[in-house]
Design a protein around this ligand. Structure first.
Ligand SMILES: C[S@@+](CC[C@H](N)C(=O)[O-])C[C@H]1O[C@@H](n2cnc3c(N)ncnc32)[C@H](O)[C@@H]1O
Length: 388
């Protein structure tokens, strides 16, 4: 529900003053009203966005109509029909109409976005360049364009073009000066301790995640994979923050937000999709709060490997092994490791043994305690616990 605004009280002041004071009060209230999160609003996003308070959401994720301009049905070589996007919501009279629509919803979304917030917009070659020009014209600042490369794209059945195997995401700060959120450490952890790149290899939504009707037909032609939203929300929001999705469809953004302890507002004009999204989100169980809390370097005290030796949690000469007991190295008194051929930090010895460019030694090395392998990161956590 949009925020309810009370009727102005009659203070006895001149009418024009009362009117302007009331207008100002109402505007201030609307702008300051706490947004009621975790809701799916049924209706047109332009109307719904206009009712939301200004500067009230932390992130906008938008998966707008593509304007595919399909002029005829697509068939596979066996003549079966391809499930394209033929819905009315994807039809526009031409580029000019699509551009007007794009600029209007982008401006409306920008109004409700906090100055520290960010926008993600996803599109294909049909629309993403038009969206890109519009976000720049409106004052957003593009931080990255991320390529979502599909592991299982639909082939180009007629063999007249390349397989269209990716979509593009634009990640934009509110303005060039904005202090946006980027959970660098979380992205690195998600990528096996390597800096996360701007090309993401993620399959199309399928299997049990894909919502279908009773006859097995896709419930929505463009349901996005949860993995994509998982990465986006983990990268650019903090737990408890609110993400707004003005083209909610099946509610992928809401489902992932709920799982990750974020709040959401979804807007969708199709009542069947709204019902589907509400059912879907109701079935999601949020992850325990301590497992979605961000652990940035600043929040977690740095514990060098040598501290484990200094504090007697590991003894010089003790043997470390990987989980499969394939490689071993011995602990030196100075907190470095030595193996038959290599010597160095827990990370470099682990990487060299495997012939890998890099390796997170904390997640690789184990020590035996009471007949069981214990990850050395557990010992580090013990010290962090003591440090509070
Ligand atoms: C590309 S789909 C989004 C799919 C969604 N990301 C998902 O994972 O299910 C675009 C959606 O926007 C909705 N839509 C299109 N125009 C709209 C408008 N003006 N207001 C609200 N919803 C709209 C369509 O009904 C459609 O479900």
């Amino acid at each position: 529900m949009p925020p309810r605004l009370p009727k102005p009280a009659n203070s006895g002041a001149p009418a024009e003053l009362t009117a302007s004071a009331a207008a100002l009060t109402l505007r201030a209230m609307a702008e300051n009203a706490a947004v009621s999160s975790d809701q799916v609003i049924e209706g047109d996003c332009l109307t719904a966005l206009a009712r939301l308070p200004a500067a009230s959401v932390d992130l906008v994720f938008a998966d707008p109509p593509y304007n595919l301009q399909l002029s005829r049905e697509l068939h596979r070589p066996d003549n079966s029909r391809v499930d394209g996007v033929e819905e009315e919501w994807d039809k526009f009279a031409g580029f000019a109409e699509y551009d007007r629509f794009t600029r209007t919803w982008l401006a409306a979304a920008r109004r409700v976005l906090k100055p520290s917030g960010a926008l993600w917009a996803i599109g294909s070659y049909h629309n993403v360049f038009r969206i890109g020009a519009a976000v720049q014209d409106l004052g957003f600042w593009i931080l990255n364009d991320v390529i979502w490369r599909k592991t299982n794209p639909m082939p180009n059945f007629r063999g007249r073009r390349f397989t269209n195997a990716h979509e593009t995401l634009l990640w934009c700060a509110h303005s060039r000066e904005a202090r946006y959120t980027f959970n660098y450490e979380a992205m690195k952890a998600l990528n096996d301790e390597l800096q996360m790149r701007s090309d993401w290899l993620i399959p199309l939504c399928g299997g049990p995640e894909r919502l279908r009707d009773g006859a097995g037909k896709k419930a929505h032609p463009t349901q996005k994979p949860e993995a994509l939203l998982h990465r986006i929300l983990l990268a650019s929001t903090r737990p408890g923050e609110t993400v707004l999705d003005p083209f909610f469809g099946t509610g992928t953004t809401g489902a992932v937000a709920k799982r990750l302890g974020r709040r959401f507002i979804g807007i969708e004009q199709d009542k069947d999709y709204v019902a589907l999204a509400r059912r879907r989100i109701a079935a999601v169980r949020p992850a325990p709060a301590e497992l979605v809390a961000l652990e940035s370097r600043r929040e977690a005290p740095r514990v060098p490997f040598g501290s484990l030796v200094e504090r007697g949690l590991l003894q010089p000469g003790e043997v470390l092994v990987d989980a499969a007991r394939r490689w071993t190295a011995r602990v030196r008194a100075d907190g470095s490791l030595i193996s038959a051929e290599h010597r160095g930090s827990i990370h470099s010895v682990a990487a060299q043994l495997q012939g890998a460019p890099a390796c997170n030694g904390w997640a690789f090395w184990h020590v035996e305690r009471k007949g069981e392998l214990v990850l050395i990161d557990r010992l580090r956590q013990q010290i962090r616990g003591e440090l509070g």
